[in-house]
Design a protein around this ligand. Structure first.
Ligand code: HEC
Ligand code: HEC
Length: 341
């Protein structure tokens, strides 16, 4: 009896010890092979900082791919746009770079940053009425903000952009990811946007950089834009998120005038951002085909989407310039949906 007890004890203690050892070993191996899984838990939000393309690149092939991704998003016309040497790579249709809107390489808070973005996708999107992947979302901006063509899913260019975003997202604590998502909110004014006020604000706050005709300003050797165009044929098309007055107002609040406004310290009031957003979006721009197919469930369409059809009887004019609160109330009362853009 005594001996059997001892053997049993010996068996269980050996078993427990071995299990612990194997568990520990597996964790160590995982930390080496896939550090991203753990970083999100290990990094204290207070000590977190965004990755820096000059200092933090990993070595080897992965580092090269990330660096290429960074070039694609920050010098877009040259590497996958109209100025590319290779016709196959002329994917975008205007001279914007992704980072003209996703500022500081997609790391600026309040400018739809890509920090933590890899963890936020796949995600349900009303525009497609299905779960979309991060690649789908990149192609959303390719076809609209960049007025171009989709990047093939398996192309090196798509892989590089995703590698760059994955790298920016690695080990980002949830709390930080939320802080960096999207644009600042605005209190939506209960008035129709006033284009006369918008023009006044534009003249004082925007014109020196973006030009009186909104066509932007090129660099001295005329190769790229120093200041990107806001309207006309060389910028985002009418199906782009920036062409919604409320989305543009949010972006402007947190980021423009450039060098003065930040997420933490905007310069324009919410109402000023709203009027000037309407002003820049009142001009003509490239037209995206088949936008009537966007938002298969029309109830999910943002109220400031300026093109129809809509699931309501408000006019096209009101969907473009507001006042938006009555449309927002309609969806809240009839469908129980709270819309912010
Ligand atoms: C003209 C401005 C503009 C440009 C240029 C632009 N984007 Fe965007 N992007 C937006 C806006 C606005 C949104 C948010 C849209 C919304 O609220 O529906 C967005 C959203 C995104 C998102 C999703 C962000 C999130 O947190 O869900 C990704 C990813 C993205 N863009 C990638 C790109 C890439 C890659 C490029 C270049 C190929 C690019 N964008 C160029 C304006 C732009
Ligand atoms: C000091 C120069 C400057 C001023 C003033 C300025 N911007 Fe910009 N703006 C920029 C630059 C530079 C970018 C691109 C940012 C980047 O690439 O990092 C930009 C980007 C933009 C974009 C997104 C890209 C595009 O071409 O659509 C919009 C929209 C915009 N600005 C609107 C405005 C509005 C509205 C104002 C006035 C309230 C304004 N800006 C004032 C320099 C300026």
């Amino acid at each position: 009896m005594e001996l059997r007890k001892r053997i049993k004890w010996l068996f269980w203690s050996t078993f427990t010890f071995l299990s612990l050892a194997v568990g520990l070993f597996a964790t160590i191996v995982l930390i080496q092979v896939k550090p991203a899984i753990f970083e999100a838990y290990l990094v204290d939000p207070a000590n977190w900082r965004a990755k820096n393309i000059r200092m933090d690149l990993p070595k080897g092939e992965r580092g090269k791919l990330i660096k290429y991704g960074h070039k694609l998003v920050s010098e877009t016309p040259k590497w996958m746009g109209p100025d590319s040497d290779d016709d196959v790579l002329k994917f975008t249709g205007n001279h914007l770079s992704c980072t003209n809107c996703h500022l500081e390489g997609g790391t600026k808070r309040g400018a739809a940053a890509w920090i933590g973005i890899s963890q936020r996708f796949p995600q349900f999107k009303g525009r497609e009425n299905r779960n979309v992947t991060l690649k789908d979302r990149v192609n959303g901006c390719m076809e609209r903000s960049m007025n171009g063509k989709k990047l093939p899913e398996e192309s090196t260019q798509m892989e590089a952009i995703i590698a760059y975003m994955d790298w920016l997202s690695e080990g980002v604590p949830e709390e930080i990811s939320q802080q960096y998502t999207g644009f600042p909110e605005i209190a939506i004014p209960n008035v129709k946007a006033d284009l006369v006020k918008g023009k006044e604000i534009y003249t004082v706050e925007c014109q020196t950089c973006h030009g009186e005709d909104g066509a932007g300003i090129k660099t001295a050797n005329n190769s790229t834009y120093q200041f990107p165009p806001l309207w006309g044929q060389d910028t985002y098309n009418h199906g782009a998120g920036m062409n919604r007055v409320l989305t543009a107002a949010q972006f402007i609040k947190g980021n423009m005038p450039f060098g003065q406004a930040t997420y933490e310290q905007p310069k324009l009031s919410d109402e000023e951002a709203f009027h000037v957003a309407a002003y820049i979006n009142s001009f003509s721009r490239p037209v995206k085909q088949f936008t009537e197919q966007d938002f298969p469930d029309l109830v999910l369409k943002p109220v400031s989407t300026p093109y129809g059809p809509w699931a309501d009887d408000f006019s096209e004019e009101q969907h473009k310039y507001g006042p938006f609160p009555p449309i927002i109330s309609y969806y809240k009362d009839k469908h129980g949906i709270t819309k912010k853009k």
